[in-house]
Design a protein around this ligand. Structure first.
Ligand SMILES: Cc1ncc(COP(=O)(O)O)c(C=O)c1O
Length: 375
């Protein structure tokens, strides 16, 4: 079997290679002419009944060449059947639509996922409980585990939560956006559905919105694809082209970003006393629990810090040279966010930091001068 870096470049070689161009074109069309050979026309009924499993593109709300090609590459990366969406939240909406649980156990994590859960509570009475109330789950319910967790980059014990949910007949969705492969591979721990905001590391350049779900069960994929047709949440044409371009260099980026973050966290954890403004650092590399070592082959490029006061936290971003003060993460450029700007549920002393591909020593020097200037 070939390696990840090779599969990221060649995983879609046999999927919709319709022109000789090395870089596949951006298809702006919404509809595709049917085959001129009447013998090759495929009925929707045969697709629905699984008599025929592949067909040429029909209409771009169903799929289009670059959406299929990005799915082919993501299948290599996530080691499952993959469905792509036009955002990470569309992927989570699709997952909850698919399982339609009566009870959802959900941790803190990304506030947007709570927004989706609240829609289900409003329209169908979904009961939401916290992660440690897993004893309230029953058959067909869902435990949604985001690990490592936004905005802290700290990890939860996947094996533990999967065992507790499965014992009760519930499904587990894992939002693994913060530590995508090869840093973490949730299927190894028995997760049913893996979710990613592909806007982050898979996109990697802060210029596309996408999401995906991965499953080991082809029947689940087929249902998700069918639902997506009617939800209208397929990835857009340009975004799928950009996603495909980005996936080619994904492995190099994620490994660099992860090792840089670990180095930067280690430096500030060791030298914390030099910075009177700095109160706390959060990251899975600082966690001592045994499961962290078993679960993570590398740490998230995202971590969080707390400063002594909210006023200091508000001021730090403008003192930095190499960090954009903006929301989001996963891009090649480092970012910092005074998290109170977008997340109503966090303490106002908190800053989320996303490490890019710049040299880690330059980022340490930049954070050092900015933190020192506050003291
Ligand atoms: C952990 C996590 N999950 C899901 C999302 C939502 O992704 P998107 O912005 O692509 O909808 C985000 C966005 O920040 C996130 O951080």
């Amino acid at each position: 079997m070939s390696h990840l870096s090779t599969n990221l470049v060649h995983g879609d070689d046999n999927t919709f290679r319709r022109v000789p161009d090395v870089i596949q074109p951006i298809n702006v069309t919404t509809t595709f002419s049917y085959n001129e050979d009447p013998e090759k026309l495929v009925k929707a009924k045969d697709i629905e009944e699984g008599v025929i499993t592949t067909r040429d593109p029909v209409y771009s709300r169903l799929s289009h060449p670059n959406s299929s090609k990005s799915e082919a590459v993501l299948e290599q990366l996530l080691d499952g059947h993959v469905v792509v969406y036009n955002s990470g939240l569309s992927a989570f909406f699709a997952a909850l639509t698919y399982y339609h649980p009566k009870v959802l156990a959900i941790g803190n994590g990304y506030h947007g996922c709570h927004g989706i859960a609240n829609i289900f509570t409003r329209i169908s009475g979904l009961k939401q409980v916290s992660l440690d109330q897993y004893d309230q789950l029953g058959p067909g319910d869902v435990l949604h585990l985001e690990t490592p967790e936004n905005p802290f980059g700290t990890a939860h014990d996947l094996s533990f939560f999967v065992a507790e949910a499965h014992k009760r007949g519930a499904h587990v969705i894992c939002d693994a956006t913060f530590a995508p492969p090869p840093l973490q591979t949730p299927f190894e721990f028995g997760v049913d559905l893996v979710m990613h905001s592909a806007t982050k590391y898979f996109g990697g350049h802060s210029d596309l919105l996408a999401g995906c779900l991965a499953t080991k069960d082809i029947k689940v994929k087929n249902q998700l694809v069918s639902d997506r047709t009617f939800l209208g949440t397929t990835i857009a044409n340009l975004d799928s082209y950009l996603l495909l371009r980005s996936l080619r260099t994904y492995e190099m980026r994620i490994l660099r970003q992860s090792s840089s973050a670990e180095k930067i966290v280690a430096y500030f954890a060791t030298n914390k006393d030099k910075y009177p403004a700095l109160d706390r650092i959060y990251h899975s590399s600082l966690q001592k629990e045994e499961f962290v070592k078993q679960q993570l082959r590398g740490h998230s490029p995202v971590f969080a810090i707390e400063l002594k006061t909210s006023e200091l936290a508000k001021r730090l971003p403008s003192r930095l040279k190499y960090f954009h003060h903006a929301t989001s993460l996963g891009g090649v450029e480092s970012m910092i966010e005074w998290r109170a700007m977008t997340d109503p549920g966090v303490q106002e002393t908190l800053l989320r930091i996303s490490i890019g591909v710049e040299h880690p020593d330059d980022l340490i020097a930049d954070l050092d001068q900015a933190l020192s200037s506050l003291s």
